[in-house]
Every structure is written in C-alpha cells, then in structure tokens.
Design a protein around this ligand. Structure first.
Ligand code: CUA
Length: 295
C-alpha cells in the first residue's frame, strides 16, 4: 500500500515535471517567432494561467490527497486487533518483549502468527529508540514515558530483520531484532512452550551449570523462570536456547558466541551493561551446557 502510494506520487510528479519542461521548451521556441499584438494574445494567456496555474494543479493535489487518505486508512489500526498484543520496550541496547496474554518475557525475537494483524505497543526505558522492520511497517519511535501503538502483519512465514533506527548510544547499530512469522499452529506451539518454566536440569553437567548460574552473580540481572533467578535488568533467559541470536541479533546463538559473551561481553558489544564473569573452564562448560538445555 505504501509502495503503491509512492509510485503514484512519483508518477504524478514525473508527469508534472515533464509538462512544465515541455511548456518551457515551447515558450523558448515561441519567443523567436514574431510577437503578436497584446490584444490578440491576452485572452489566450488568461486561459493558460487559469488552467495551468489553478485548475490542473488543484485537481492533481486533490487526487494526491485522496490517495494519501486511502493509504492512511489502510495503515490505521484494524478494528478487531485485540487478538494478539505484544509489548516491546527499548532497553540498553536490546528489545524486551512481553506477551501480556501469556505472562512471559523474552528478548529481541518477536514471534507472530502469519496472516493476522498483531498490535505492537512500543515503549522505552531511558532514551528514544526507533523500532523498524522495513519489510513489515514504517518506523515507529519508542519514547520513554509513553506508549506508541501500531500494528504489523506478515503475509508469509519467515524471518524479518529489524533495526533500531534512532541513534541511542554506542551500540545503536547493534540493537537489532528478528520478527519470526510462523503458521498459526506453530505459533501456538511456540507460545505454549515459552509460557512454561525452564526445563529442570536433566543430568549432572546441567545440574552443575545451574549451580554456577545461581551462584556466579547472573541472577542479579537475569530471570530463569522456575529457579530463584528473578533479575530484570537483562533479558529473561528461561528459553534462551530457543533463540536464533544473542545480544540483540548481534551474533548467532551458538556455544562459541555464548561462551565469549559470558567471559567478555564487551569484546562483542562494547559499552553494554553486562559485566564480564570470571569462571574456571569447568564452570564455564557446565554453565554453557545448562544454558543450552533451556529450549
Ligand atoms: Cu536503540 Cu538506536
């Protein structure tokens, strides 16, 4: 719809430009011919000014306005958009995502069902960010102290990369996100899984990893539902292993990146709020095994 509007306005602008240029060339050539008397040309000049200066421009502007109105109506909030609401909060420098209907919190990866309008309620913690997934919608600012509501809809399943589009500090460029559109039944399964508490450690090494997690300071900032970890400064890690990426879509979610991130987050994302965690090799391996079990 927005693309159509763009092409229509581009076409109108081009037509007007060509018409004006044609008139200019016509006038330049005419000058060379013999000038007729003023009495003879005045009525014709008046007609040209009336049509070319008033009636045709007015008609073009009214038509452009009408196209604009129809685009505005198409992008307005759908009336029955209450089926799925997602709250998104811009943090430093990641996106906190709430599914109020299901009472859980996740980060940076926003799952939506295909073919349905989804209402997004956008807020920010401390500075202005701009939420932008170019394939799905126009930019929308996330402003501290207010909630901006808009909607998106994905007509095909797939992943759509988004960016923060308002400079917000040193890691602005690494404040990315993914919108993951799934067929409705797969989306429902995802929602059901995310609503569950974290799976309990199933073997010795993940058990040891959970001990490390609970004792190494991680719990000051992170939540893993089903454990004593209820920190809210950083992303909720309850289903960390189900995510494709780490650090706001900065790097892929795999063991190497996760280990590097825990040992020295600033090597991947300088300036972010997570401190390095000093662990022995054994502790780190156990912690990684535990975090990787959080499907
Ligand atoms: Cu957040 Cu730029």
């Amino acid at each position: 719809m927005l693309a159509n509007l763009w092409w229509i306005l581009f076409g109108l602008g081009t037509a007007v430009f060509l018409a004006v240029m044609a008139g200019l060339i016509f006038a330049l050539f005419r000058q060379r011919r013999e000038m007729r008397s003023e009495r003879e040309t005045e009525p014709r000049a008046r007609t040209v000014v009336l049509w070319g200066g008033l009636i045709i421009p007015a008609a073009i502007l009214v038509a452009a306005f009408a196209f604009n109105l129809s685009a505005l109506r198409a992008t307005a909030l759908p009336v029955n958009s209450q089926d799925l609401v997602i709250e998104i909060i811009g943090r430093r420098w990641w996106w906190e995502v709430h599914y109020p209907g299901s009472q859980f919190r996740t980060a940076n990866e926003i799952y939506i069902p295909v073919g349905q309008p989804v209402q997004l309620q956008l807020a920010s913690e401390e500075v202005i960010h701009s939420f932008w997934v170019p394939q799905l919608h126009g930019k929308m600012d996330a402003i501290p102290g207010r909630v901006n509501t808009f909607w998106i809809q994905a007509d095909e399943a797939g992943q759509f990369l988004g960016e923060c589009a308002e400079f917000c500090g040193v890691q602005h460029a690494n404040m990315r996100l993914l919108v993951v559109a799934l067929p409705p039944e797969e989306f429902a399964a995802w929602l059901e899984n995310q609503s569950q508490p974290a799976p309990a450690p199933a073997d010795e090494i993940t058990q040891r990893g959970q001990e490390v997690f609970l004792s190494a300071g991680c719990i000051n900032c992170h939540t893993i539902r089903g454990t004593q970890a209820t920190g809210e400064l950083g992303p909720d890690l309850t289903h960390l292993a189900s995510r494709f990426t780490l650090a706001s879509a900065t790097v892929a979610n795999n063991r190497g990146h996760l280990g590097g991130w825990i040992a020295d987050p600033h090597s991947i994302k300088p300036g972010n709020l997570m401190p390095p965690t000093a662990l022995s090799g054994e502790e780190l391996q156990a912690l990684l095994a535990y975090l990787e079990s959080l499907e």
